[in-house]
Design a protein around this ligand. Structure first.
Ligand SMILES: NC(=O)c1ccc[n+]([C@@H]2O[C@H](COP(=O)([O-])OP(=O)(O)OC[C@H]3O[C@@H](n4cnc5c(N)ncnc54)[C@H](OP(=O)(O)O)[C@@H]3O)[C@@H](O)[C@H]2O)c1
Length: 335
């Protein structure tokens, strides 16, 4: 039987940007885990002090995670060993109650790093406290609401400095103004307001940034943008931050099209890329001493510099126009 290879480029095609001529074949690397033995973490009925019960079974399959993410979380719990040296870091990840963010948080925890996760509300905080025992803290704020994002930044600063911050949270399939707030204005505000980490900043972008545009008028007015626009903006914020802070590493990352809830959002039955590769670039940047892992100001895909990037990403004039539009919209400068 012939094998049909679906690639992340196919996702790009099927999603929104037909006819751009930017498609190319790209090898996907399926990574079946198949490890579904009984978890050893606490029961679903434990509360977290807020009185809220976590939802569903451990890892929230069908509620906030796919079976594939739950299986990978079990794989991490059972197979990843702590670091032997003392090079542990303090890590903050936004949107870490499910999907890629939760996988990265789980991995860093198993390695012995101190991990602060971020939840949109108290319920999701209760879920993640149950799922990931040993977290240093959970910060709360819904990035759809810019006032909550500002309060979140203040709360994060009150916790003291971080070595690594990963701006991972993202919405898909909402209205233009909601996408603008959650995926573009909120990461901008957090970048501008949260104290710069000591070592690393990472931004979860997407292949779909290729079809994105600057949308300066829409940013200024709050009219709304597409998901692809927002993922371009994230990569541009990363590049602008990398220029401002040359002493740390700042990169944008495309995780591939992978089987989280977001990956299945449009009812697609399959996703072509490896779930594990979707978070291992973040781990590699934070932990590795390998040649090349000290990279900054780049757009990465699976630990490699992505060659197909939207021209706006590395256009410094465009970056500054976007930053100026953000400042006008939010009243917060990024100097
Ligand atoms: N999956 C893919 O194929 C793919 C491809 C390209 C890029 N990405 C990007 O990778 C990142 C992670 O995606 P994922 O696949 O892991 O998606 P996911 O499974 O839907 O997880 C997204 C995470 O972000 C949180 N979040 C979303 N909106 C939020 C808000 N308004 N306030 C606070 N938290 C919020 C979610 O919280 P709740 O659980 O409460 O919703 C969840 O923890 C996103 O930036 C996404 O755009 C994913």
């Amino acid at each position: 039987m012939p094998t049909v290879k679906v690639t992340r480029r196919t996702f790009f095609l099927s999603a929104t940007v037909l006819g751009t001529g930017l498609l190319a074949a790209c090898t996907s690397s399926p990574d079946p885990i198949g490890n579904t033995s009984t978890p050893t973490t606490p029961s679903a009925t434990e509360t977290n002090g807020s009185g809220l019960l976590p939802q569903g079974d451990l890892y929230g399959v069908g509620i906030y995670n796919t079976q594939q993410v739950a299986d990978e979380l079990r794989y991490i719990e059972q197979n990843i060993q702590p670091l032997t040296g003392s090079d542990t870091k303090r890590v903050l990840i936004t949107g870490s109650t499910g999907g890629i963010g939760q996988l990265a948080a789980a991995y860093f925890l198993r390695r012995g790093h101190r991990v602060v996760v971020h939840a949109r509300n108290e319920q999701r905080a209760a879920d993640v406290r149950r799922d990931l025992p040993g977290l240093e803290d959970v910060v709360i704020g819904d990035l759809l609401d810019l006032n909550q994002t500002r309060a979140l930044a203040e709360h994060i600063n009150g916790l003291g400095g971080f070595d690594v911050i990963i701006y991972n949270a993202g919405e898909y399939g909402l209205t233009g103004p909601e996408i603008l707030n959650a995926n573009s204005l909120s990461p901008y505000l957090l970048t501008a307001l949260v104290s710069t980490p000591r070592e690393q900043l990472m931004y979860l972008s997407s292949d779909l940034h290729l079809g994105g545009s600057l949308m300066l008028d829409e940013v200024r007015s709050g009219d709304g943008i597409t998901y692809g626009d927002s993922k371009l903006h994230l990569a541009m914020i990363a590049a602008a931050a990398a220029r401002r802070w040359p002493d740390i590493q700042v990169n944008a990352i495309a995780p591939g099209w992978i089987p989280t809830l977001m990956g299945f959002h449009n009812g697609n039955a399959t996703t072509p890329d490896s779930l594990r590769d979707g978070y291992m670039t973040q781990v590699w940047l934070a932990e590795s001493a390998e040649p090349g892992s000290d990279i900054t100001g780049e757009f990465l895909f699976h630990r490699q510099v992505e060659t197909r990037v939207n021209d706006f990403v590395h256009d410094t004039d465009a970056q500054e126009q976007l930053v100026a539009a953000y400042a006008e919209r939010t009243g917060v400068a990024f100097s």
